[in-house]
Design a protein around this ligand. Structure first.
Ligand code: 5GP
Length: 357
């Protein structure tokens, strides 16, 4: 047994110190970024925010809405070849969508079938997604997938430590997904005792990934995945060095989100549930997994209508952060950021009152 004494931080443990700024307006802050990748020869340009690959956020409807904003939709695992064939009849924006698989034999076979059906050319990203990226087989599968898909941008995760981030990039992934247990309704920390405070995980893994560069100067990249409760958390993740932000909770409850619309006591809600929740397993595979307990709560999110206003809110908040810390570009957020450790106090007294919105 060993104890690590160093304090590790979540988003709610810090604020950003305001700094002298020459920016006169939020409009001066550019959110678009352009990336080259450590392995893939592709280049990518857009606003580096993506939906979680969950049934409730990684939907076709979300992709149609987010792609014009240059935001990425990472599809959930449950669409069939027939679903995709239909979808690609009128969707042609590979830069802003990703295909998700796990590492089971049937996942790899499904990917092969997708490729044989000519569908993988429609995706820039392939996301290899497992709850625990520390198992040896994970690295083997990343290598196998890279051998078959040399051009695609490969995302792999989830992990939370620097050494594994490095291993995953050296095992031929381009982007490492960071986060174990920070999810808004995730009970992994409660059920298993495993986890890592998310902001510290992002800072440490970004440092590790960015330290690996190829001969063209492209480095490993990371995604901060989960735990963003407010747009400020997205800003803090970028300030901590995240190249991309991924979340599900803030993308849920909208018309474009998945999950059933539910009416209760005259109010409308939309379901929000995790990929390995009993709800998802029963809906998509007809049964619970006998060997593991669900690590996710099934939540009803207040229904919020269309997602367009929310997107503008996120963009507006990020631009505002930029003006406060003196960063004219998203890329400069880490350089301009100074975090101040605070007591957790993001929720204000009035937030507990109902509003008319
Ligand atoms: P949120 O945006 O709700 O805070 O977090 C979304 C993230 O939670 C996802 O991107 C994924 O990493 C994680 N997640 C999704 N489904 C599950 C699940 O069933 N169990 C756990 N423990 N995490 C999940």
């Amino acid at each position: 047994m060993r104890i690590e004494d160093e304090v590790k931080l979540d988003y709610a443990d810090v604020l950003l110190r305001p700094k002298r700024s020459t920016l006169t307006s939020r409009k001066d802050v550019t959110l678009e970024r352009e990336f080259s990748f450590y392995h893939s020869p592709k280049k990518w340009k857009g606003i580096p925010i993506m939906t979680a690959n969950m049934a409730t956020s990684g939907t076709f409807s979300m992709a149609r809405t987010l792609a014009p904003y240059k935001l990425i939709t990472m599809f959930h695992k449950y669409y069939t070849i027939e679903d995709y064939t239909e979808f690609f009849k009128d969707f042609h924006d590979p830069d802003y969508i990703g295909y998700t698989i796990g590492i089971r034999e049937e996942d790899i076979i499904q990917l092969q079938k997708m490729n044989e059906a000519g569908l993988m050319k429609h995706f820039s990203f392939i996301c290899l997604d497992v709850p625990n990226g520390y198992i040896q087989r994970f690295l083997e599968v990343i290598r196998e997938i890279r051998a078959s898909y040399p051009e695609h941008i490969i995302i792999a995760g989830n992990v939370v430590t620097n050494e594994m981030t490095e291993e995953i990039i050296l095992a031929w992934a381009d982007i490492v997904k960071i986060g174990i247990g920070p999810g808004s309704a995730c009970t992994t920390r409660k059920m298993t005792g495993v986890g890592y405070p998310q902001l510290s995980a992002v800072i440490e893994c970004a440092d590790a990934a960015h330290g690996i560069t190829n001969k063209n100067g492209a480095c490993g990249l990371i995604i901060a995945d989960g735990g963003q409760q407010y747009p400020s958390c997205v800003a803090k993740a970028f300030c901590g060095g995240a190249d991309f932000n991924m979340f599900g909770c803030m993308f849920s409850g909208f018309d474009e989100s998945g999950g059933e619309l539910v009416e209760k006591n005259g109010k409308k809600y939309k379901e929000y549930y995790g990929s390995s929740s009993n709800r998802a397993l029963i809906e998509n595979y007809g049964k619970k997994d006998a060997h593991r307990a669900s690590e996710w709560r099934h939540v009803l999110m207040p229904y919020k209508g269309s997602i367009h206003d929310f997107i503008q809110d996120v963009f507006g908040s990020l631009r505002s952060t930029g003006t406060y810390i003196g960063a004219a570009k998203l890329k400069q957020f880490p350089k301009c950021a100074t975090f101040i450790r605070v007591n957790r106090q993001l929720t204000t007294y009035l937030e507990s009152f109902e509003t008319d919105k």
